[in-house]
Design a binder for this molecule. Structure first.
Ligand code: PLP
Length: 440
């Protein structure tokens, strides 16, 4: 049973805390009172150090689109590891993954690889600043784009600090950001067409880029409306501002990425997660004339993009094996499983008589115990009670064979079957019944 102070995970957490602040190296894997430590994974299931197996809807926060130990990915890694782990030379497999992605993604004529989604965003921002000669970037309130200083603002600002609804404050999401960084970041009210247009126009002369994630994970996978995306595309084009899509997370929605689904082509795209087949990856892609700032064959070099592990052959081989399996048919099947899960959870809510909203699209699902609709961060019904309910459900699921992101997010993998989804829905229904019976 979780939690259990005598469990091996509890002991490892205590041991980890002696040598690492917080016990480990990643804020997102923590939950109270201690995180579970993993030991192995196979297909759609992950096993912890106690030997407890659970259906995995975390999928390493989306990167494991094929779940664990996908045979093709493992074969690619094994054979690549026999030949070359890492090398101070370029390799053909890097070109192969670049060819696959440029062929699939409308806005990506050229691409360069790095090692995390954050780096993919960092180099998109730097390319935009170099290309335009401007210093500022704009991003949506409530959106997360990784660790880069200039974009780690207004990710989850409190009502006390968020400021005017139509012109949000730029609120540091972490300590350690300088005033200069805050001055160079403009925060847009997501999906508010007129207010965002006015803000972009007001800062147009200084804006290098507007960064948008078309399906925002931190906001219950709320989607940018077609009107919003059309406005952002038009106003950025009119003012020579670059439009960057951060598809690090949302790239998994379809064969041509999120931009293929929404039918708007950005100037630059940041990617990561699934394109590395489970190994660390990031990428920056876009218009060839903008990507030319990275061209090290031209003098002077405009943007230096280095990195000891950039396009390392292990990641490239794993990514290629993973992405080749993501055929249009694979997306159709995976996204149908997403629909099945959303429908199932909705029915379960109805059956037990709990108010709730089931959000998301494709293979991304979010459950919020509140049926209020929302289109942006401020409308997101995430009050204390809702959060406590979802944490209680998360704990119930852990004790009944399912693991989800503690905030109620679920990412599907191609390793899942309809039976896995149905089993999960049945367990969630029982968990919701428990919530009703315990008086939530
Ligand atoms: C939309 C988005 N952008 C960027 C990142 C950063 O990617 P990484 O964690 O690989 O640095 C994430 C990570 O979750 C993300 O969801």
């Amino acid at each position: 049973m979780y939690p259990d102070p005598n469990s091996r995970s509890a002991q490892l957490f205590e041991r980890g805390q002696r040598v690492m602040p917080g016990g480990n190296s990643r804020v997102g894997v923590m939950f109270e009172p201690y995180p579970l430590y993993a030991v192995s994974g196979s297909g759609c299931r992950v096993t912890d150090v106690e030997g407890v197996e659970r259906i995995d809807f975390v999928n390493n926060w989306s990167s494991l689109i094929h779940g664990h130990s996908n045979p093709e990915v493992l074969d690619a890694i094994a054979s690549q590891s026999q030949r070359l782990l890492a090398v101070g030379m370029p390799t053909e497999v890097e070109i192969e993954l670049a060819e696959l992605l440029t062929a699939r993604v409308p806005g990506v004529e050229q691409i360069r690889f790095s090692n995390s989604g954050s780096e993919g965003v960092v180099f998109a921002l730097r390319a935009a600043k170099a290309f335009t000669g401007r210093a500022k970037i704009a991003k949506a309130e409530g959106a997360y784009h990784g660790n880069a200083d200039s974009i780690e603002v207004s990710v989850a600002p409190s009502p006390k600090r968020w400021g005017d609804e139509h012109a949000p404050n730029t609120v540091a999401a972490t300590e350690g950001l300088t005033d200069g960084v805050l001055r160079d970041s403009i925060v847009l009210p997501f999906n508010d067409v007129e207010a965002s247009r006015q803000l972009i126009e007001a800062h147009a002369a200084e804006l290098a880029a507007v960064v948008i994630d078309p399906v925002v994970s931190r906001m219950g996978f709320v989607q940018a409306t077609p009107e919003y995306l059309t406005m952002v595309r038009d106003v950025t084009t009119a003012h020579g501002i670059l439009l960057i899509f951060d598809e690090v997370f949302s790239f998994r929605v379809g064969y041509h990425g999120a931009q293929g689904e929404v039918g708007i082509t950005p100037d630059l795209t940041a990617m990561g997660k699934i394109i590395g087949g489970g190994l660390p990856v990031g990428a920056t892609g876009g218009r060839a004339d903008v990507m030319a700032v990275f061209d090290q064959t031209k003098k002077p070099l405009r943007v230096e993009h280095g990195g000891t592990y950039n396009a390392n052959p292990m990641t490239m081989a794993a990514g290629l094996a993973a992405m080749r399996q993501m055929t249009p048919e694979a997306y159709t099947r995976l996204n149908a499983l997403g629909d099945r899960l959303r429908d199932g959870i909705r029915s379960a809510l109805g059956e037990v008589g709990l108010a709730g909203g089931v959000h998301g699209c494709a293979s991304m699902v979010a459950l919020i115990f509140n049926d209020a609709p929302f289109t942006n961060y401020r409308e997101l019904p995430l009050r204390r009670r809702e959060a406590e309910m979802v944490y209680a459900l998360h704990r119930y699921l852990l004790n009944h064979g399912v693991t989800i992101i503690p905030h109620g997010l679920m990412l599907l993998s191609t390793a899942m079957t309809e039976d896995d989804i149905d089993e999960t829905v049945a367990t969630m229904r029982d968990g919701m019944q428990m919530l009703v019976e315990t008086g939530f």
